[in-house]
Design a protein around this ligand. Sequence first.
Ligand SMILES: [Fe+2]
Length: 174
Amino acid sequence: MVPPSTKAEIVDVGFAHKALVERLSPGGRYIDVQSDIDSPWVPFGPTAMIKHLAFDVRSNTFSNVLWVKEPGVIGTHLHRGTIVMVCLHGSVKYLEYDWVASPGGLILETPGESHTLMTDHPEGVKLFGWMQGPIEFHDEWGKFVFTADVWWFIHHYESHCRDNNIPINQKLYL
Ligand SMILES: [Fe+2]
């Protein structure tokens, strides 16, 4: 039996370790995406932007919305960790795979995969991502260029904030 869903009521569950949770847990939170109040759009190449949503340095985890504003490509990259993405708007595909993601669709990527993201939708694509582990970008000859990990994403966010007098939002740091 599932619990009743007709009553909107806060219930004290009497969790035995509540004091420990209050002392040690980073806590849940809400980060707004529709506005720029919690996090600004930060340029990522000439036609893409990233809205950073969360950083966890302990697990090398980062969350953001990637917005490719027009038909274009995010270059070939190799994952060392696990990626969960949801297509929010537009559509996206990879040159290596035969599927096209549309809004609401779930994309899973696993360590060791390398691929090349492309959108040919006239409005590009918006992708929500919950991502763990380094992402290694390579140039068109397969030569390693740089690693995007939690430190790279934090630097991407903080340097943009510093350059534009935007306060750093502590809510983004888990
Ligand atoms: Fe990827």
